[in-house]
Design a protein around this ligand. Structure first.
Ligand code: GLA
Length: 379
């Protein structure tokens, strides 16, 4: 069944009526990882995998929610801070409601059912898609679309910070809200200036190889990476690492931990790589784009230490297959590699990656061809 029909069947069964449909997208990021919360640049695009919701105001102050993908799990909650629901999937929606209210916006009770085809835990930001879908919908249903698009992205980001325990940057929610078919977007995460780049690499495709492993580490490694960067920035007298240079970092090397040094070194290098990739893309120089992707992988693996054995293995296989560029994508600790592959090599690469990975780890990775698509929208 199509996603929309599936959601409607659940909505109708629970609420016996019809609502309005909204969707928002997962994202890829060509390059610029862990740069967003450092005030740097990112280069994401929305993809053709979405979270889709049917929603209708219900005239009360209670939200009633069905998660179709969780066996039609049901949850209801009020809109005050103390009404936070227990299930984590419902907290994303609760957080979006609360963040709109905290900003002086309007939210009243509504009924909703939602489902998605953004794979969970693959590093494609299914949570940002969920937040952006509801932020967009509640703006339309209760706020006459008066909340601007950046604020919608920030509402999603604050939901992660305040209701889900992840100190994320703005990239995922930005990509999910602003995504445009056929375009990547370069975002300056400090000024929020952004530019759309048509993305239609002649003779190449983007392929995601999803390892289907997720190493959930107990001590919140993402937040720890961010804390390292903030410590080094503070030590340099800067607000973020955006303005840090390798020289300045070397000058304080003896005063910070070896670990913090490596984290900051990666961020400083990655910032430059995004700009280099944008230029290379405009010039049609895919070899440079690819080389930078491999450099990012090496930095994320050795200096930032957010890769894992399975993703390093996939990166090696890509290199052996002659793939132009390959790297771990997203926050890390599992999920996908993103691969820039010549069309004539694609099938052989996919076949080899599946076979070699399965032989080594006992399960096949999943393959997704990337289609750059629109972000948050009413359907
Ligand atoms: C996660 C976060 C983003 C970003 C990436 C790493 O996806 O949500 O804000 O920091 O990791 O680039």
């Amino acid at each position: 069944m199509e996603l929309k029909e599936k959601v409607h069947a659940a909505f109708e069964q629970r609420f016996g009526t019809d609502g309005a449909f909204y969707a928002s997208a997962g994202r890829i990021n060509l390059i610029g990882e862990h740069t967003d919360y450092n005030g740097g640049f990112v280069f994401p695009g929305a993809i053709d995998k979405v979270i889709l919701a049917e929603i209708k105001p219900n005239g009360t102050d209670t939200v009633r929610l069905v998660s179709v993908d969780f066996d039609n799990a049901y949850c209801e909650f009020g809109l005050r801070e103390e009404d936070a629901p227990a299930p984590s999937w419902a907290r994303y929606v609760f957080g979006v409601c609360r963040e709109i209210l905290k900003r002086g916006g309007h939210v009243h009770g509504f009924d909703a059912a939602f489902a998605g085809n953004v794979p969970n835990g693959a590093g494609l930001s299914s949570s940002a898609a969920l937040e952006s879908c509801f932020a967009f919908a509640l703006n339309d249903l209760f706020n006459d679309n008066n909340i601007d698009k950046f604020e919608l992205a920030k509402i999603g980001q604050s939901t992660e910070h305040n209701y889900c325990g992840v100190n994320c940057g703005i990239m995922d929610q930005f990509a999910s809200v602003f995504g445009k078919k056929g375009h990547l977007m370069r975002l300056d995460c400090r000024s929020l200036e952004h530019e759309y780049f048509p993305f239609n690499p002649q003779g190449y495709s983007l392929v995601l190889v999803d390892s289907r492993v997720k190493h959930e580490l107990a001590d919140s490694p993402y937040n720890k990476r961010r804390a390292s960067c903030e410590r080094v920035a503070a030590r340099l007298g800067l607000e973020t690492l955006r303005d840090a240079t390798q020289e300045a970092l070397n000058a304080i090397k003896g005063e910070i931990t070896a670990e913090d040094y490596l984290r900051a070194k990666f961020v400083i290098e990655e910032k430059e790589r995004v700009l280099a990739v944008c230029d290379a893309l405009v010039a049609g120089d895919y070899d440079t784009v690819g080389r930078k992707m491999y450099e990012t992988h090496a930095g994320l693996s050795k200096d930032y230490e957010v890769s894992c054995e399975e993703l390093d293995f996939l990166n090696d296989v890509a290199r052996e297959c002659g793939v132009t560029g390959s790297r771990i994508m997203g926050g890390g600790f599992g999920g996908c590699t993103i691969n820039l592959v010549k069309d004539e090599l694609r099938d052989q690469f996919v076949k080899t990656a599946i076979a070699r990975f399965a032989e080594r780890y006992g399960h096949e990775p999943k393959i997704y061809d990337v289609v750059i698509s629109d972000g948050a929208r009413a359907l």
